[in-house]
Design a binder for this molecule. Structure first.
Ligand SMILES: N[C@@H](CCC(=O)N[C@@H](CS)C(=O)NCC(=O)O)C(=O)O
Length: 222
């Protein structure tokens, strides 16, 4: 029995989306973020880390979106519809690389940007100009510079490939989606510079399983 603990507007949307792609039975419990935009304490009763996603498999709580994706594909995707087989070397390498790249390289600067946005929002009026200045410095020196290089690399990859693992949609696209959505938040990515990425984002969001996941788990925004 699969039981997904889903936090609104979070990485657990990836698992909800994959479960919908797999068309498998599962139970869903949705959680609302608290005022500080954190997960509610009730998630800690499922797993002490208290972060989403948590997928309970026969009562055993699994965490870490990349691991949960790999777990689900191992047991619920025998025909390799969402992950290239080990002998499809190039596609397998691309799949594995982008699956890790999303969480290990792209998400950290995006989370840093989100944290600084919240710090500015929550600063008392008097110190807002100071917190804005710090945010702008961090944005310039640590966030945009590294994100721009990564976005360029993604854009180039999608120039030659429809999806991150090659010609076919895979769970690497599910893992990358939130990262690209995050990079496209706010002012949005430059349409001329990042046409491939933005077209790919649309193709992902047009999938029936993506739409069903949003219907069940709430609209995803960064
Ligand atoms: N690397 C983990 C990150 C998990 C994570 O940080 N989840 C966020 C939601 S996107 C969370 O639960 N945050 C709640 C909190 O910090 O209170 C994964 O990919 O599953």
């Amino acid at each position: 029995m699969l039981h997904l603990h889903h936090l609104e507007n979070s990485r657990s949307h990836r698992i909800l989306w994959l479960l919908e792609e797999l068309k498998t039975d599962y139970k869903l419990t949705c959680y609302v973020r608290n005022k500080a935009y954190r997960a509610p304490d009730s998630l800690k009763q499922i797993h002490p880390i208290g972060h989403a996603p948590i997928l309970e498999v026969d009562g055993r709580p699994l965490i870490e979106s990349g691991f949960i994706i790999e777990y689900l594909l191992k047991y619920y995707d025998p025909d390799h519809k969402f992950k290239p087989a080990d002998d499809e070397e190039t596609a397998w390498e691309d799949y594995t690389f982008w699956l890790h790249f999303a969480e290990a390289s792209v998400m950290p600067p995006l989370v840093m940007r989100l944290v600084f946005t919240k710090v500015v929002e929550q600063s008392p009026m008097l110190i807002k100009p100071v917190s804005k200045k710090i945010r702008d410095q961090v944005e310039k020196s640590m966030i945009s510079s590294s994100l721009d290089k990564m976005l360029k690399m993604m854009e180039q990859h999608l120039e030659d490939n429809n999806y991150f693992a090659g010609s076919e949609f895979s769970a690497a696209d599910i893992q990358m989606h939130l990262a690209v959505l995050g990079a496209n938040a706010g002012k949005g990515l430059d349409k001329r510079k990042y046409a491939n990425l933005l077209n790919w984002l649309n193709r992902c969001e047009e999938r029936d399983a993506f739409k069903r996941a949003e219907k069940k788990g709430g609209r995803l925004k960064f």
